[in-house]
Design a binder for this molecule. Structure first.
Ligand code: GLP
Length: 265
């Protein structure tokens, strides 16, 4: 894992957007795996800015989101479809037909959604870059602790902790779903490259377990230790429980030196 500890939320957003932009510039028809939640919003804003500045086009890009609630229709502002339209898709030149979420349409059997979603990802040639956040309990997508590390897209029941953590996004009397369809952990691990963003003190413990403790289904994000190409972008608060911060900073310094030497600067 490459651990990059940055000054603040904005620096994380900018570094994340640079990684996405670099890929989309190099591979115009890249397939992105996208995440929702509060964390990636600043990065999406940054991507919208880069697009508006005229340098970045998503015309041929395809996207697959990690998860979607069951029982929340796409036109409900609480759906992850609505989130993606609002936070990114409506403000860039992406073709909506190329944007996918594991949605369960009214009347559709939710058990069929997972395998069909896996097939769509396969048909698109797999995911080039998967963007992830992390839950306070170490979940990725909605793969809650004890999720099979070999899982694929399927229905998950959210933990009470996750429902509680996400309550802040819902109104007092608003229906809050407790079921979702999420990419599995194996689905995520199949991505060619992974970018995980975490900010704020509430994520410090989950981040420490992901990076510095043994791989365990109790901390689903820890499986990323088994992936060859993972970049973790953290702000100082999210990095505050790490024991080896000096080493991570030292690695980044060495990287800057190496790149500087390569660029002749
Ligand atoms: C949500 C999502 C995850 C997200 C995580 C953290 O429930 N399913 O994909 O990474 O929980 O969310 P936030 O960024 O709002 O803290």
């Amino acid at each position: 894992m490459e651990i990059n500890i940055l000054e603040n939320v904005q620096a994380v957003a900018e570094a994340g957007a640079d990684i996405v932009a670099e890929l989309v510039t190099r591979k115009k028809d890249a397939t992105l795996g996208l995440a929702t939640g509060g964390t990636p919003i600043a990065m999406y804003r940054q991507l919208v800015d880069l697009h508006r500045e005229g340098d970045l086009s998503f015309r041929d890009v395809a996207t697959f989101n990690l998860d979607e609630y069951i029982g929340v229709s796409p036109d409900n502002p609480q759906s992850y479809r609505a989130y993606m339209q609002r936070e990114l898709f409506d403000d860039i030149d992406i073709d909506r037909a190329n944007t996918h979420l594991p949605e369960c349409a009214e009347g559709q059997d939710p058990l069929e959604v997972g395998p069909a979603y896996e097939e769509k990802i396969r048909a698109a040639g797999g995911i080039d870059l998967q963007v992830l956040g992390i839950g306070r309990n170490g979940h990725i997508g909605f793969n809650e602790p004890t999720s099979s590390l070999a899982s694929h897209t399927r229905i998950k029941t959210l933990t009470r902790e996750t429902v509680e953590a996400n309550r802040r996004y819902f109104g007092e009397n608003e229906f809050q779903p407790e079921l979702a369809i999420t990419m599995g952990i194996a689905t995520i691990m199949d991505a060619r490259e992974i970018l995980l963003l975490a900010t704020g003190p509430m994520k410090a413990e989950a981040v420490e377990k992901m990076i510095e403790e043994p791989v365990s289904a109790m901390s689903p994000a820890s499986i990323l230790q088994m992936h060859e190409r993972v970049t973790v972008l953290l702000d100082r608060d999210a990095a505050s429980a790490l024991s080896h911060r000096d080493y991570y900073d030292w690695v980044q310094e060495q990287k800057r030196r190496l790149l500087g030497r390569r660029d002749g600067s």
